[in-house]
Design a protein around this ligand. Structure first.
Ligand code: 3PY
Length: 254
């Protein structure tokens, strides 16, 4: 098991991926052939059965994309995503040091955490050699990412990122702006932007990679230039923009 995105981040390099909530192994293959580094499968908001999740992860492996799952708030989802073969998890609404410790406990095998082992899963190769290769490699290779998306998480940022086993802080700009009271204005509100800039500064000082989403190629470039290490473009935004452009072009022809 090898996680090239985790390696890149450790070496101070950047990674670009896609955030997807639509079931489509075909799109996963397209992303891989296009050269993306990783894929975040949104199992908090997307419509995925456990079998769908597994097939998305399988498709990602085929095209050398690192499959990461944004799990839901329920901690048992971490085990489920990892047992399907996810090489990373992103956990929403991590607000305190205790929340972050619980994430690590669920994501890592003993003695670090309390993740249950089973030899019937695909990452453990269905028990081949007692799943030893996976047991030996999983804790070091799986990316453990926490979402920072509330004022409480912002206040506790330093404590959250100092929990051993947390690899990255991921800013959720949508939830952050709503929880800060800027539902109408969204993440572009200057107060939200100010908080995000402060978090970026603190992450750089503490030498922990920071991730976030972007809505367009321009957004991806901007985030990378500002120092964000891990940027996931939201595929629905890319699709909806492209679809509107096609419709606009067609209307010009009438
Ligand atoms: C947010 O923007 O709030 C996220 O969690 C990323 O989708």
């Amino acid at each position: 098991m090898n996680n090239v995105v985790k390696k890149k981040l450790k070496n101070g390099e950047k990674a670009v991926g896609a955030f997807i909530g639509i079931y489509s192994p075909e799109i996963v293959e397209m992303l891989g052939y296009s050269g993306f580094d990783f894929l975040v499968i949104d199992d908090e908001h997307g419509a995925f059965s456990p079998r769908d999740l597994e097939n998305m992860i399988r498709a990602a492996e085929r095209v050398d994309l690192v499959p990461i799952v944004r799990v839901s708030y329920d901690p048992s989802c971490i085990q489920k995503a990892l047992d399907r073969g996810a090489k990373g998890i992103q956990v929403p609404m991590v607000n305190t040091r205790e929340d972050a410790e619980l994430v690590v406990k669920r994501a890592k095998f003993p003695p670090i955490g309390q993740r249950g082992a089973a030899f019937i899963t695909r990452p453990s190769r269905y028990g081949k050699d007692q799943g030893k290769a996976y047991l030996d490699a999983a804790d070091d290779n799986i990316l453990v990412i926490v979402h920072i998306e509330t004022p409480e998480a912002v206040a506790n940022f330093d404590e959250i990122i100092s929990v051993p086993g947390i690899d990255m802080a991921f800013i959720g700009p949508t939830d952050l702006s709503i929880s800060m009271g800027y539902k109408e204005e969204g993440a572009q509100h200057p107060e939200v932007q100010k908080v995000i800039a402060q978090l970026r500064e603190r992450a750089l000082q503490k030498n922990i990679p920071l991730g976030t989403i972007a809505a367009s190629p321009y957004g991806v470039r901007q985030e990378l230039q500002k120092g964000t290490s891990f940027v996931a473009v939201v595929l629905t935004s890319v699709f909806m923009t492209a679809f509107s452009e096609v419709v606009d072009a067609g209307q010009g022809a009438h």
